[in-house]
Design a protein around this ligand. Sequence first.
Ligand code: HEM
Length: 417
Amino acid sequence: MRNIPSVGALSSALGLAREGFPFIYNRCRRFQSDLFEISVPFLKVVCISGPEAAQIFYDPERFARRGAIPKRIQRTLFGENGVQTLDDAAHRRRKEMFMSVMTPENSQRLSDLLHDHWRACIKKWEKQDEVVLFDELQALLCRVACAWAGVPLVENESQRRGHQLWQLVDAFGAVGPRHLRGRWARSQTEDWMRSIILAIREGRIQAPEGTSAYTMAFYPDFDGAPMDAQIAAVELLNIVRPIVAISTYIVFAALALHEHPEYRERLQAGDEKERERFTHEVRRYYPFAPFLGAKVRSAFDWRGYHFPKGAMVLMDVYGTNRDPDAWKRPMEFWPDRFKEWDGSAYNFIPQGGGDYYKNHRCAGEWVTIETVKIALDYLTKHMQYDVPPQDLGFKLSRMPTYPRSGFVVRQVRGVNV
Ligand code: HEM
């Protein structure tokens, strides 16, 4: 069997803290290899990168998610016993529930809600001197997410709840106070969602049929019974929380427009495809998910290397989106690259790869794409704004990351809103 490059556990921990997102990518380039091992006592950890690695990673015969997601991530970002932790029939059943709300009617409703809330926000921002886009978007997307999902939200709660939902995401790569804030936010938001699930079941709240809240309150789980209210709450948060997280991509889209002003005119004049390519490039170029973990369920060989049962494998999301064999000029922001993209489910994996139903690929990928596309419409066609001097840098060692200033805009002027 082939030996692969190996790095020590301590140097990996330090390297991850120092480098952040490109940790696996940097080592794969240095070793000229699409896999390497981290030598951890009593546990085999293998990092893999690139489209071919993604193809094996998304083979459910080879990998399982059970036991692969650290508790600290479940207690902040995901919640415990959610869809991310399931395999086989239990996963397929739960995933079907998520996919069942992704209907054309719900797509239209999402788009209508986004238009209404963007217009209302622009009118509000016109009256303010200065707006921190990132903070405003969390509240805007919280209102949209709750209305779309059938979750009642008192108007003056959107800022607080939006921020809480963001704190769940903000905790995923954190230790110390940021992690603790995420845990507190998780307990607050799970209590909130559980009370809604129970109120819907008891008829105290009427959630329209077809919404996520209604679906999750009544969907029969794998054993035919409705889900435990706590698990239903975790899954309802798995809809509402990531919609708020799209604020990150929208702020990065605003940054891309600021740094590449030639695209503003192209997007104003361009068609749907132009907006889609720009959206894809924002998701490819700007970092969000660094890597994904799974456990080897039955031993296999790949690239002459033996993956034993129980080994932990980390799939490089950041580096695969920049794989030099798959992407020309991978380090450049260049939306036109998507004119030639082959549509592979394995070379462009900002929201996971493989199949939506059979694998763990993100259930909300089209929601994300639509939400960013509509945001681009507003940023380029329906508002003019000044961008004052500010710190627009973002740290690759911070997970998640976003422009430090939150993207401040001044003198917002609405156009046909
Ligand atoms: C899974 C990223 C938005 C719902 C995932 C995964 C990633 C991801 C990397 C894991 C894939 C894997 O484990 O193989 C993102 C990013 C988003 C986003 C970067 C935008 C900022 C959304 C939205 C929704 C959503 C808007 C729902 C409306 C889910 C669910 C899963 C998931 C339910 C679990 C799927 C499963 O385990 O089968 N997402 N996502 N996500 N996402 Fe998203």
